[in-house]
Design a protein around this ligand. Structure first.
Ligand code: 8YV
Length: 329
């Protein structure tokens, strides 16, 4: 029996590629070239599996051009780069990497919120520029985390992790809004209270976005929502670019409509709205919320587990569209 062939679309831990080679004929990408859509289609010819990241778009056109494809395994919990409907209608399994990154990403969301509230990036740049000549009573004064109101939009696993940190670690009052309300015992365990979106915007001292990017969630935070927030509030986005209208946010930051923002994700990243680079009251990081060494390795291992199980008759641990199982051979 011939071994399945797979493409590892981006550079990833060599140990994980070696493990995949025990099962498959592997074409990898150690130079980490970003393939154009046409190059991706070309590389996927004759491949039954693909190991992808958020950078690879898997849509109807690609699937039509790659009829041998049986499984796409995303090394990410988010999968807005996948057209799940198109995948399902073609009988192609999609998998992601939930759970293994929850706590690491919640840590980062909390850190970014704190850095934003306490103006860490802005003050570090001031120090590096050599402008620190004396202490001053009002130098880089920010807003407190402890005792303040934490607002969370989107309350999945990562949102719950941030809520716990806020409620149990920092004595914050935690409010959240989500498509569906959590069961009462989960709300009690994470210390969060459900509110409507208008209340969330009006009452949060620190608003953190942790919701998936979908068509409905495009620009969920735009000029109107920013205007509804407290002028002293901060906004942190660790979810996806496109959830926030970045142009409207840059304007709101410039006008001090809100105090500050922390952004790990951007519309059209890795490009970013140039206006964001011209406002001082924003902390910018390059989509690294899940980037601890241990967690990135766990994500790569889980993505490999999914591919191996899917193409060797096993049960993939974290399928997105399990309805397509068992896969056709
Ligand atoms: C990934 C992420 O680093 O898991 C996600 O959804 O956003 C990050 O953890 C990124 O998507 C690369 O695949």
């Amino acid at each position: 029996m011939t071994r399945p062939a797979i493409l590892v679309a981006r550079a990833v831990f060599p140990e994980v590629v070696s493990r995949l080679r025990q099962h498959f004929d592997v074409e990898d990408n150690p130079t980490d070239t970003i393939f154009t859509p046409a190059q991706l289609i070309q590389r996927l010819q004759g491949k039954q599996g693909a190991f992808t990241t958020g950078s690879e778009r898997i849509g109807a056109e690609l699937l039509a051009a790659c009829p041998q494809l049986r499984v796409v395994s995303n090394m990410a919990v988010g999968y807005n780069n996948f057209d799940v409907e198109a995948l399902t209608s073609r009988g192609v399994l999609a998998t992601n990497t939930p759970d293994v990154l929850t706590e690491t990403t919640a840590d980062f969301g909390f850190a970014l919120m704190m850095a934003t509230a306490r103006r860490m990036a802005e003050s570090e740049q001031y120090l590096r520029r050599g402008e620190w000549t004396k202490w001053a009573y009002d130098m880089f004064t920010g807003s407190d985390i402890h005792g303040s109101t934490l607002g969370i939009l989107g309350m999945g696993r990562i949102g719950q992790g941030i809520a716990r940190r806020g409620a149990l670690g920092f004595g914050m009052r935690v409010i959240y809004h989500n498509r569906s309300r959590l069961p009462a015992e989960t709300e009690a365990a994470v210390g969060a209270r459900y509110v409507d979106k208008a209340t969330l915007l009006a009452q949060a001292d620190h608003l953190v976005l942790v919701l998936p990017y979908t068509a409905e969630n495009h620009h969920v935070i735009g000029a109107v929502e920013l205007a509804a927030m407290k002028p002293t509030a901060t906004l942190t986005n660790i979810a996806r670019g496109g959830i926030v209208d970045d142009a409207a946010l840059a304007q709101a930051l410039r006008d001090r409509r809100i105090a500050a923002a922390g952004l790990d994700v951007f519309e059209g990243e890795p490009a970013l709205n140039p206006a964001l680079l011209t406002v001082p009251n924003v902390v910018l990081t390059p989509h690294i919320a899940s980037a601890s060494i241990a967690t990135r390795r766990a994500m790569a291992d889980l993505a490999a587990d999914n591919l191996i199980a899917a193409l060797t008759g096993g049960v993939p641990p974290t399928p997105i569209n399990p309805a397509v199982l068992p896969l056709r051979t």
